[in-house]
Design a protein around this ligand. Structure first.
Ligand SMILES: [Zn+2]
Length: 364
């Protein structure tokens, strides 16, 4: 008897996803079957859906996922990344990528940049390769996926965001070196920005200055620990930022204007970390003389490494209820209403829209 599973296929921009129901394939060596419980729609899912970025199609979108182990293949170690035994029924999170350390291009600091990376929510569906995205009842985790077991009482919607937004925010602050006692300016108060604010607050930053063009987002940032807000739509925003001695600038906005202002207002020996600009846009200007005279450092981060993933899991387990993370999933839908969820997310632009997936027992 085979278990039936469902996934939703993205074929082309702004076109409703189509439902596919089929039996789950047998697991290959080292694989693990997860029953998805919750998927949040990340900004990059929406960019793909709207045609602002290209993925090989047909594909299954969704990579901010949390789920429960339904089966382990015989070749799987049976352990999570901390060496804890994995059991059927365990709630788990996992890296958005599977990265084979035996590949010649593998660099332990940046496993997310390995060749032949297997990236969930970003793959073309083929006869041999499916169940790799979050808009589905099930996902098959491939060998070399880093897994962590989560507490059973964790908020599922918040837990779903760990393996993209939260881990990426953790990576940004790792690259920013120590933020303890530093004045940090964070631009862009989407989920990445808000998580970064809460992390700065928990990890001992001095002033946490946030900027955005949306006054509601700035207000929201205060509940995550922002000490000062700067409305980038206001003409005096440059002067306001210049009143601080800013040590770190983290850009989550992807806006060239915000990045240029962030560089300009960075203090002596400051460090900027760029994360948000992962879509097509105009080039960002840098005043090389200022970079030299102020001895600035500018770094880029794409996705995250294992250290960041661990930091993200621990951060949400410890602080997930201390800040209003759950309120950021502004509306949730059952998986069967995925097209309504996409419509809502692209029209209303919430911080996140969520999809909950109830366990199925249907078999053929
Ligand atoms: Zn994402």
């Amino acid at each position: 008897m085979k278990k039936l599973a469902t996934y939703y296929v993205f074929n082309e921009a702004l076109t409703p996803l189509s439902e596919v129901e089929k039996p789950l394939p047998p697991l290959n060596d080292g694989e693990l079957l997860v029953g998805i419980r919750y998927t949040t729609l990340c900004g990059s899912d929406l960019h793909t859906y709207c045609g602002l970025r290209n993925e090989p199609c047909p594909t299954i979108l969704g990579h901010e996922i949390v789920g429960v182990i339904e089966a382990l293949s015989s070749g799987h170690s049976g352990l999570d990344a901390q060496g804890h035994p994995l059991h059927i029924g365990d709630l788990i999170t996992w890296t958005v990528f599977a990265s084979d350390p035996n590949t010649s291009s593998y660099q332990p600091e940046i496993p997310q940049k390995n060749e032949n990376l297997y990236k969930y929510g970003h793959r073309q569906i083929s006869d041999q390769d499916t169940f790799h995205g979050g808009l589905a009842t099930h996902i098959i985790l491939r060998p070399h996926t880093c897994i962590r077991v989560l507490p059973k009482d964790i908020d599922l919607a918040v837990a779903a965001t760990i393996n993209c937004a939260v881990a990426t925010a953790a990576g940004a602050l790792r690259l920013a070196d120590s933020i303890t006692g530093k004045n940090v300016h964070i631009a862009g108060m989407g989920l990445l920005g808000l998580v970064t604010v809460a992390m700065c607050r928990e990890w001992g930053a001095n002033e946490v200055i946030v900027s955005d063009i949306n006054p509601d987002r700035l207000q929201l940032a205060k509940s995550f620990g922002a000490s000062h807000t700067v409305d980038l739509g206001e003409s005096e925003s440059r002067c306001v930022l210049q009143t601080f001695s800013i040590d770190r600038f983290i850009d989550m906005s992807g806006s060239p204007n915000a990045m240029e202002l962030g560089f300009e207002t960075l203090g002596l020996h400051g460090c900027a970390v760029l994360v948000g600009a992962v879509f097509n846009q105009r080039k960002t200007g840098i005043d090389a003389e200022k970079v030299i005279r102020k001895m600035l450092t500018i770094k880029g981060l794409h996705n995250y490494n294992y250290t960041d993933f661990f930091t993200a899991v621990d951060f949400i387990v410890e602080n997930g209820q201390k800040y209003p993370f759950a309120s950021l999933i502004e509306r949730e839908f059952p998986l069967a209403e995925v097209n309504e969820a996409l419509e809502y997310a692209t029209t209303h632009k919430p911080i996140r829209a969520g999809l909950f997936i109830n366990p199925t027992t249907e078999q053929i």
